[in-house]
Design a protein around this ligand. Structure first.
Ligand SMILES: Nc1nc2c(ncn2[C@@H]2O[C@H](COP(=O)(O)OP(=O)(O)OP(=O)(O)O)[C@@H](O)[C@H]2O)c(=O)[nH]1
Ligand SMILES: [Mg+2]
Length: 431
């Protein structure tokens, strides 16, 4: 993470990184390992948002305290930690109701946010396109609306920073009437942007270029993979949610098969549903793909659980039935035994590394094999149709060519959709 990113505060002049204490309250029978992993993920999220994590507290209870989530003793411990370390903010791994948040802020005298607000904040900082910004702002405002009751004064008393920042340099709206007005405007803007995106996609679909969509947990290496398979030059970063805006690039697969690959926003456990809702238009790209490349960070802990989290979001998007290639990435970080184990657990997967280039050729082969096979056609094309000839060179493979009185005779391997378009010129009956 760069110095600059750590400094973004949403308020000019405010340069100090915020000091945060993390809190996780467990109840029911959540496995300890899962809770620990969740807390370490919360730490990465907090750091991505620009905070410095100074301490964390875990409490197991039979059931959560309805007023403050934490029990009385732990709350006192937390008060101590906050005042000793001059913490600026407390981040809960579990969702807080607005009254719990208010009670906690009153007891602690600092800003208190939950995991959802933290993720929304990161999205707000990483949104660049007009569409991305509108989507994030919409998600944030919807989240604000559900917890506005009596919190307006707190927000201003406890200052700005993480949890109060909107996309760009604006501070989040806290007034219900103004939020509703803003939501109307955003809705209108997003509808128009969705329309434009659909038109573009339709154009691609008319050309019948097969589409691959990169999906996966955040930080799995989706953008790195896009960069290695094409020359996209998409931002790659060791932080969470670096990519929000979808990027689509052309790729040439073995056999000279043309396709496009789309990179998009990554997923995470407990991805705020407001975000999935607001990003529906961006995520339509995923639903419309012919094949999904599910990228998995094979060096991460508990990859099955992460894969499941991704599949839950895919399900929500109606994209679960799309043929999928599992891409087990970052294998440069694994030993031989771990690789073997991985092959057993994901029998159909391709092991890759965007660092060493391992597995990328195999992945391209697999991608080519996953789209409809090309056809061999015999053609007789008038020499004036030079456009067609050059298209054949671009999109297919010429196996034989000869010229005779004003015609070219060709034997060519072409993708199925092109075979269809060449029907009038075919000498093999066009079957
Ligand atoms: N060791 C290793 N690191 C990798 C590999 N691929 C990507 N990375 C690193 O993993 C981090 C995340 O890579 P990205 O390509 O930004 O991941 P992403 O899935 O696009 O992440 P988001 O857009 O944030 O969801 C970066 O620090 C990359 O350098 C790999 O094959 N091996
Ligand atoms: Mg990315």
């Amino acid at each position: 993470m760069s110095e600059e990113r750590g400094d973004i505060s949403g308020r000019p002049g405010e340069r100090e990184a915020e000091k945060a204490v993390l809190v996780s309250v467990l109840w029911g029978d959540l496995p300890e390992e899962e809770a620990e992993e969740s807390l370490s993920e919360l730490r990465s999220l907090a750091e991505t948002a620009g905070a410095v994590v100074i301490s964390s507290i875990v409490q197991s209870r039979r059931k959560p305290d309805s007023a403050t989530l934490l029990g009385k003793g732990k709350l006192e411990e937390l008060q101590g930690l906050v005042s000793e370390n001059h913490a600026d903010l407390v981040i809960f791994d579990q969702e807080l109701s607005s009254s719990q948040q208010r009670n906690l802020e009153n007891a602690l005298g600092v800003k208190v946010i939950d995991r959802t607000a933290l993720i929304l904040d990161i999205f707000a900082q990483h949104a660049h396109s007009k569409e991305g910004k509108a989507q994030v702002e919409m998600a944030q405002l919807r989240y604000q609306l559900t917890r506005l009751a009596g919190r307006g004064t707190q927000l201003s008393r406890l200052g700005g920073g993480i949890g109060t920042r909107g996309p760009g340099e604006t501070k989040l709206e806290v007034d219900r009437r103004r939020i509703n007005m803003r939501l109307k405007t955003l809705n209108r803007e997003l509808r128009e942007l969705t329309r434009v995106r659909r038109v573009k996609r339709k154009r691609r679909q008319r050309l019948e270029v097969p589409t691959f969509s990169l999906v996966g947990y955040t930080n799995a290496g989706k953008s790195s993979l896009l960069n290695r398979l094409t020359d996209a030059g998409v931002l790659v970063e060791d932080g969470l949610f670096s990519t929000l805006d979808p990027t689509t690039r052309r790729v040439v697969l073995p056999g000279n098969r043309r396709a496009v690959i789309t990179d998009t926003v990554g997923f995470i456990n407990h991805l705020p549903h407001q975000l999935v809702e607001a990003f529906k238009s961006t995520l339509e790209e995923v639903r419309e793909a012919d094949v999904l490349l599910h990228v998995i960070d094979a060096s991460a802990p508990n990859i099955e659980r992460r894969a499941r989290a991704v599949e839950e979001v895919l399900d929500e998007l109606g994209a679960l039935g799309i043929p999928t290639i599992y891409v087990l990435n970052k294998v440069d970080l694994l030993g031989d035994e771990e690789r073997e184990d991985l092959r057993r657990r994901f029998p159909g997967g391709v092991l890759t590394s965007t660092v060493t280039g391992e597995g990328l050729a195999e992945l391209k082969e697999r991608m080519a094999a996953s789209i409809p096979a090309s056809r061999i056609v015999r053609l007789k094309i008038p020499v004036e149709e030079s456009g067609l000839i050059s298209m054949l060179y671009r999109r297919g493979r010429i196996l034989e060519v000869s010229a005779e009185d004003g015609f070219y005779r060709l034997l060519s391997e072409v993708p199925p959709e092109l075979a269809e378009r060449l029907r009038p010129f075919r000498e093999d009956g066009g079957a």
